[in-house]
Design a protein around this ligand. Structure first.
Ligand code: SF4
Length: 485
C-alpha cells in the first residue's frame, strides 16, 4: 500500500495531502508484497519514490493493505509535534495489523528524552529504523527480513513508473523535482539540519536529465523543491557541470533557465518552491516575466520584523523584503507570492506582530499560511526567553489568517472576467460534468483551484493533464469558478 495521509511537514511545507495514492504494482503471485506509508512533505515524498523505485526494480510487489503485506515500510515526518504523533500512531497501527515494520524518514533520525532512538523507544518491536534519504539502508533492512524475489521475469513495473526516473507518487501530469538535500542554515525553530544534514546539491546534469525524462513521460508541471532552492550549488561552489554536452553552472539561475528551456517544447510549467529572498533571486524574475518559468514564488518568510527574524536566525533576515517584493512586482506584474509565517514566536511583542500584519498587507502576499508557534523537541528556540501563552499564539494566528484571507480574497476577485490558462487535475466524464483545475497562481495541494462548470456545449471536453483556457466568472472562498472557452 502506498499512500500519504495528513502529512504535516516543516513550517515551510504545509501540505494537507489526505488522499490515498496507490501505485498498483502489477505483480506476480510469488513476489513478496511490501506495504508502504508515505507521510510528510514533498521532500519526504521523493525519498518514498526512490525506495519504491528500488523495490520495484528488485521485483517486490506492493500491497494495498497492511494485512496483505509481508512487511510494511513507514516513511515518517518528525518536524512538529502533530507530525510526530501521526507518524508514531501509523507505526503502531502497522505493527498491530502486520507486525513487520521498517521505519525511515525524519522521525527515524530523532532521539528521545533518554538519548536513545525515539521510534525504537516508543515501538521497540520495529525491525529497523533509518533517517531520511536512506534508500540503501532501507533496502538492506528489507532484504534481511523479506528476501529478494527469485523470479526475475515477473513484470513488476507499476503504472506510475517513469522510464529513467523511477516511481512517481504524484499524478502523471505533475512531479516534484528535488534539486538538493539538507540545509546549511540553523533557524532556531527548526531541526531539519539535524535530521537531513547540511546542503548537498544534486549534480546539475542529473537534475536536468531527470527533468527531461519527466517532460518526455508527460509531466506538464515540474515543481522544484529542496530545503533552500536559492542556495542550490553553494556547497559545490557553483561548480560547472554538463548537460547535453554543454557546460552549466550548478547555480539556481542557470538551472532555472535551463529547466525553462527544457519545458518549452512541451508547453509545460516550471514552478519554484522554497526560495529565499536573497539578492540573486532578483535575477530569476526576468525569466518569469519572459514566460520561461511560472511567475510564482514560494518564499517562506516566516516573519517580517527584523528582530524576530534575528531571533529565528532566518536566512536573508537582513534583506529588505518589502522593497524586494515591490521590485519583483514592478519587473513582473503578474507574479504571485506564496509564503508561510509563524505567529507567537518567543518574545514576539504586540508591536512586532502588528508589523507583521502591516507587511502582509503592504506586500500583498497572494497566498499566506500561518502556524501558531509550537516548540519542536531539540530546537534552539526552546531556550529563548519570552514564551507566549498558547492562547495568545493561537489568537495571533487567527488574526493573521483573517488579514491574509482578506488580502487573498481581494486578489482573487481581481481575476474575475479574465481568461486564464489552467492545468486540469480532475475531469469526470471528459469534463462534461465539470472539473477542477489550477492556474499558474496555484501549486497543487497547497493553493486554491479553479472549479470548472459543466460546459454548455457537449463538444467541449477536457482530460486530466490537459491545459485548457477558462474564463473566470466568480470566486468561491480560496478558489475561482470558471467556464471553458
Ligand atoms: S532554512 Fe531554516 S527552516 Fe528551512 S530547513 Fe533550513 S534551518 Fe530549517
Amino acid at each position: 500500500m502506498t499512500f500519504r495521509r495528513d502529512p504535516i511537514a516543516s513550517p515551510e511545507t504545509i501540505l494537507p495531502m489526505s488522499e490515498q495514492v496507490s501505485n498498483a504494482a502489477a505483480a506476480g503471485a510469488a513476489a513478496p508484497r511490501i506495504g508502504f506509508v508515505s507521510l510528510g512533505c514533498p521532500k519526504a515524498l521523493t525519498d518514498s519514490e526512490l525506495i519504491l523505485t528500488q523495490l520495484s526494480a528488485e521485483g517486490y510487489a506492493t500491497s494495498k493493505t497492511f494485512q496483505g503485506a509481508d512487511l510494511v515500510i513507514v516513511n515518517t515526518c518528525g518536524f512538529i509535534d502533530d507530525a510526530v504523533k501521526e507518524s508514531l500512531d501509523t507505526i503502531g497501527e502497522a505493527l498491530a495489523k502486520n507486525g513487520k515494520v521498517i521505519v525511515t524518514g525524519c522521525l527515524g533520525a530523532r532521539s528521545g528524552a533518554d538519548g536513545g532512538n525515539l521510534v525504537q523507544g516508543v515501538h521497540p518491536s520495529v525491525l529497523a529504523v533509518t533517517g531520511p534519504h536512506a534508500t540503501q539502508e532501507v533496502m538492506d533492512a528489507v532484504h534481511a527480513h523479506v528476501p529478494k524475489p527469485h523470479d526475475p521475469f515477473v513484470d513488476l513495473v507499476p503504472a506510475t513508473h517513469v522510464p529513467g526516473v523511477g516511481i512517481k507518487l504524484t499524478p502523471k501530469h505533475y512531479a516534484y523535482l528535488k534539486i538538493s538535500e539538507g540545509c546549511n542554515h540553523r533557524c532556531s525553530f527548526c531541526i531539519i539540519p539535524s535530521l537531513r544534514g547540511d546542503l548537498v546539491s544534486r549534480p546539475v546534469g542529473d537534475v536536468l536529465g531527470e527533468a527531461q525524462r519527466l517532460f518526455e513521460s508527460g509531466v506538464k508541471e515540474l515543481l522544484v523543491i529542496s530545503q533552500d532552492t536559492s542556495a542550490y550549488g553553494v556547497d559545490v561552489k557553483y561548480r560547472t557541470g554538463f548537460w547535453d554536452g554543454k557546460p552549466v553552472k550548478t547555480r539556481m539561475l542557470d538551472l532555472v533557465a535551463r529547466l525553462g528551456e527544457l519545458a518549452k517544447p512541451y508547453g509545460a510549467w516550471v514552478r519554484l518552491h522554497y526560495v529565499y529572498p536573497y539578492p540573486h533571486v532578483d535575477e530569476v524574475i526576468p525569466l518569469m516575466a519572459q514566460g520561461l518559468v511560472l511567475p510564482y514564488l514560494d518564499v517562506p518568510f516566516q516573519h517580517a520584523h527584523p528582530d524576530v527574524l534575528k531571533r529565528m536566525k532566518r536566512p536573508a533576515s537582513g534583506e529588505r523584503n518589502l522593497e524586494r517584493i515591490q521590485a519583483w512586482r514592478a519587473a513582473c506584474p503578474q507574479i504571485v507570492v506564496r509564503s508561510t509565517f509563524i505567529a507567537g514566536f518567543p518574545g514576539e511583542t504586540e508591536a512586532e506582530f502588528a508589523y507583521l500584519l502591516d507587511f502582509l498587507k503592504e506586500a500583498q502576499i497572494d497566498r499566506a499560511g500561518c502556524f501558531a508557534y509550537s516548540p519542536v523537541n531539540g530546537a534552539a528556540a526552546n531556550d529563548l526567553p519570552g514564551a507566549l501563552p498558547d492562547a495568545l499564539r493561537e489568537e495571533r494566528r487567527a488574526r493573521f489568517m483573517a488579514v491574509a484571507e482578506a488580502v487573498s480574497t481581494a486578489k482573487l476577485a481581481q481575476r474575475v472576467g479574465a481568461t486564464m490558462q489552467v492545468l486540469v487535475d480532475s475531469a469526470p466524464a471528459l469534463g462534461r460534468k465539470g472539473g477542477v483545475a489550477r492556474t499558474y497562481a496555484d501549486a497543487p495541494e497547497i493553493d486554491g483551484t479553479v472549479k470548472i462548470l459543466p460546459p454548455t456545449k457537449a463538444s467541449k471536453t477536457m482530460k486530466v493533464g490537459d491545459f485548457a483556457r477558462v474564463r473566470i466568472i466568480g470566486t468561491a472562498g480560496h478558489d475561482l469558478v470558471g467556464e471553458l472557452v
